[in-house]
Design a protein around this ligand. Structure first.
Ligand code: ATP
Ligand code: LTN
Length: 334
């Protein structure tokens, strides 16, 4: 608790271009939860180097991501937006928690299996212990709630198990966090293969809508989205393509699935795809505008980065010192 509010933590990797899946599955919920919780939104750059990165590119993407958090509507004066690499407690707690995590648990992580298959030439230790660093992120802030997309549930469960295990040995050190997965938008699928999640590391640019795509590109990508040969706009398990577009339109417009089906009753895929494209473009337009303004205001963004890293570091250190003491590290002499 801080100032009477429960703690919330979440993060995104500064790899690739942020997609509509990231926005609807995570970022949009982050904005909605700002008033209710004391929020820490991190750019998880330590996680990013589990896959090889170009340094200049990573730096640029990380800054753009932080600006995107603000552009999406998170007030950086009221919420803590910062880089993971600016708070060394993440790595320090990560190490300690590694010693409380079993290889058997890490072997079961599906994201690790997927990423090792994708990066077979660089299956490094960081990729393997990635979920433990994520647990450290969350537990460092004594988080009550963690808003994520459905793909992160397995990591959240592991975080809870690690925290419980630690607490069983040392007493009530960590708050046990709850996942917050939004009802709609939790799993946005690829526009080219609707059985796969939309992912920023997908090599086919037509598979994803990027938050920074312009209106024409967005409309074109939706037009080309893979659907089946039916013509009716019906939400059904065996029509993953059209179901995904209905999901996207529903979250973007705030209408229920039934309302969407009714609105497009008797209309064809062409009309529907155009409506989805236009609605998504409308949602993203104000974000683009705010992002452009922020890009031109270096001093303001730098000020946010400095102040928030200090705030995050202060809170993180409180937990870290407690944990270090519990496991038996010697006291600091002051
Ligand atoms: P990568 O492709 O590099 O693994 P990613 O697109 O999965 O990246 P992350 O940075 O790992 O993105 O995730 C950021 C947040 O976005 C997480 O909370 C994640 O659950 C959410 N998210 C990612 N993809 C989707 C999706 N297709 N639908 C809904 N939420 C998603
Ligand atoms: N693992 C997450 C990103 C992430 C995260 C976190 C999310 C790193 N640390 C802490 C929530 C809380 C991902 O790949 N999407």
């Amino acid at each position: 608790m801080l100032d009477g509010k429960k703690m919330l933590f979440s993060g995104m990797q500064a790899t690739g271009n942020i997609t509509l899946g990231n926005y609807l599955g995570a970022l949009k919920n982050w904005v909605n939860l700002c008033d209710e919780y004391e929020c820490f939104y991190c750019v998880v750059d330590l996680h990013s180097i589990t896959v090889r990165q170009n340094p200049a590119e990573l730096r640029k993407r990380a800054r753009n991501l932080l600006m995107l958090y603000i552009a999406a509507g998170i007030d950086p004066e009221k919420n803590c937006l910062y880089y993971q690499s600016h708070v060394s407690g993440h790595a320090e707690l990560g190490w300690i928690l590694n010693c409380f995590t079993y290889m058997g648990e890490l072997n079961r992580m599906t994201q690790f299996k997927d990423k090792s298959a994708k990066h077979a030439d660089n299956i490094n230790g960081g990729l393997y212990t990635y979920p433990v660093l994520m647990a450290a992120d969350i537990l460092l802030f004594q988080s009550d709630v963690v808003p994520v997309g459905a793909d992160q549930m397995q990591h959240l469960e592991l975080t809870r198990d690690i925290a419980q295990r630690f607490n069983n040995v040392y007493g009530d050190v960590f708050t046990i966090p709850e996942a917050y997965v939004g009802k709609a938008g939790a799993r946005i699928m690829s526009l080219q293969d609707p059985t796969k999640k939309m992912s920023k590391s997908d090599e086919n640019p037509n598979a994803s809508i990027y938050i920074m795509d312009d209106r024409d590109t967005i409309i074109r990508k939706f037009k080309r989205a893979v659907t089946d040969s039916d013509t009716r706009i019906i939400y059904s398990e065996d029509k993953p393509g059209i179901r995904n577009l209905i999901d996207i339109y529903s979250v973007a417009s705030g209408k229920t699935i039934e309302e969407v089906e009714k609105e497009f009753d008797g209309k064809g895929y062409g009309d529907f795809k155009l409506a989805v494209g236009e609605t998504v473009a409308d949602v993203l337009e104000p974000i683009h505008k705010r992002f452009d303004e922020l890009s031109k205001d270096k001093a303001y963004v730098d000020g946010i980065i400095k102040a928030n890293a200090e705030k995050a570091g202060y809170i993180a250190n409180k937990t870290l010192r407690k944990v270090q003491k519990k496991v038996g590290f010697p006291e600091r002499i002051r």
